[in-house]
Design a protein around this ligand. Structure first.
Ligand code: PLP
Length: 246
């Protein structure tokens, strides 16, 4: 479904351009309020459930980082972009896998993802490493941290992070890039983001290059910027409301 090709749609292009402009001004405002340089922030536009034509349009509008959360859909879009655009904008995209990752999909994801934001258990590490090596690639990994101790939402518990970090750092084909979290639902996200930034600082004592902090979505990016996020993952604010994931 998501890889459907529709004819070019100037109305959609204008809508995406407008949404990107609004997002950029939100990010600039959040940076100004926090005394941060916007150059220190990367926004990943999460395109899950939206068609590959949107991904191509976003690439033409200057987006360089896109996020997906399901292997099959992501794989189809990566392939479609590669076919559609030899040497043009979509081939410059960096693909971020941000969703929950099943162990049996990890090898596939490692073949196209530049960054995996959702590494939360050691079994994934071996599978990602094998896939990356088989494809001759290096995959950057973020450890997803559970900030509400709700296992259903994914993420490693804080006490398990040091071992997981060492496993990624030692795995051929993988690079430990930092940490990621999704804020707990229906509460002030700030304490969770502050905790994530603190977890990041602790990890950097042993892994100084693991500097990325992926936090903040459409509804809470200002709080994430204030806390010190380096990567935002924004879907709805750019693409509009999406149908529930099936
Ligand atoms: C879908 C998704 C996002 C984007 O969420 P929005 O609220 O649409 O901005 C960010 N992170 C993860 C892990 C997601 O699955």
């Amino acid at each position: 479904m998501s890889a459907d090709r529709r004819p070019p749609d100037d109305g959609r292009r204008a809508e995406l351009a407008d949404n990107l402009a609004v997002l950029e001004s939100r990010v600039r405002g959040a940076c100004a309020a926090a005394g941060r340089d916007p150059a220190g922030l990367t926004t990943v536009v999460v395109t899950k459930t939206f068609p590959v034509t949107d991904v191509e349009t976003l690439a033409e509008l200057g987006v360089r980082d896109v996020g997906e959360s399901r292997d099959q859909e992501a794989r189809d879009k990566v392939a479609a972009c590669a076919r559609a655009a030899h040497g043009t904008a979509p081939t410059l995209l960096r693909w971020h896998f941000v969703g929950r990752l099943q162990t049996n999909k990890a090898g596939s994801v490692a073949r196209y993802a530049d960054v995996v934001h959702s590494v939360d258990r050691t079994r994934l590490v071996a599978a990602l490493s094998r896939g990356a090596q088989a494809a001759g690639r290096t995959v950057r990994c973020l450890l997803q941290v559970s900030l509400d101790d709700d296992p259903a939402r994914g993420g490693a518990l804080v006490p398990d992070l040091p071992r997981l970090a060492d496993a990624v750092a030692e795995a051929p084909g993988l690079e430990l890039a930092g940490v990621m979290a999704v804020a707990p639902r229906d509460v002030d996200p700030r304490p969770a983001f502050d905790r994530l930034v603190q977890v990041s600082a602790e990890m950097r004592l042993r892994h100084p290059d693991a500097t990325w902090v992926s936090a903040g979505m459409s509804g809470d990016l200002e709080e994430a910027v204030a806390a010190g996020a380096t990567h935002l993952r924004v879907g709805g604010a750019v693409l509009g409301s999406r149908p529930p994931l099936g």
